[in-house]
Design a protein around this ligand. Sequence first.
Ligand code: SAM
Length: 321
Amino acid sequence: MTVPPAGYTARHEPVLLAEVLRGLAVRPGGSYIDATVGLGGHAEAILEAAQPGGRLLGIDRDGEALCAARERLARFGDAAVLARGVFWDIANIAAAHGLQRVDGVLFDLGVSSLQLDAPGRGFSFQRDEPLDMRMDDRAALTAAQVVNEYDKTSLADAIWRFGEERHSRRIARAIVARRPLHTTGELVSAVEQAVGRRPEGPIHPATRTFQALRIVVNQELDFLADALSAAHGLLAGAGARLVVIAFHSLEDRMVKEYMRRESSACLCPPRTPVCICGHVASLRRVGHGATKPGDAELARNPRARSARLRVAESLGRLAAA
Ligand SMILES: C[S@@+](CC[C@H](N)C(=O)[O-])C[C@H]1O[C@@H](n2cnc3c(N)ncnc32)[C@H](O)[C@@H]1O
């Protein structure tokens, strides 16, 4: 495991920071969970705003990220607790740390700058290194296994669905023809063979394929709905907040749908004369739709370009099972 270079963490700017603090309605003495603590950027600002008396549990599956967060949050002493685990296990992790209810939960989904920038992890097409892409280096599945073992159709489907890549079939064909692939450089060559070397708009031709493989390797969408539901179950009474930043349209759609559903008083099909579903609204959506980064933030941090933040507030009763 490598520790981030000196100064790296301090230079890292968390996405939509002011909007996260507003969304969580952070208050002194409050308790919060950052379910994707990463380098601890949001967590640090939440802890600052929650003093005196505030506490935060930060969760991440990535040991390197936790090292960076631990250093960044050290000055908060026992008020900051960090745990290694997956966010769909948030209820058990919270219980293990004595937290039954909290005032707010944050999810800042996707990959961190550290994961993209640290050498040797295989997330970036800008360096030639082993095809890994695991956020958790203890996990079994690597990107090399996906590109070398998936059949052509499954590979194309994943690149299409998770990469929103219109040349997915051509790329899958080129990958299969060049097997075995061991490095990110070999994957970039396969993509370039399929679609050419010229960037499409502002992004590199391999961007979407790399994104798709990362999502598959880390099961990024598989348990998101379960995680949102578990986090919702941890919200203390009325006014506690759930804040989610998504970077992928499928991810954002899941968040939007979850918040829409749990803020609806009835889920019966349209034109049902009398409600028969028995559903009860347990959330209220805060704000109008998703918040996106403004021009000033994008100029400072172009990686924020696809971020979408949504906020919901607990109505003080739990979701119907
Ligand atoms: C965008 S970064 C978060 C950055 C953080 N908000 C900050 O300010 O530094 C996302 C983090 O979520 C972690 N992550 C992604 N999926 C996860 C999961 N299922 N369980 C736990 N952590 C996860 C990644 O390892 C990564 O460190």
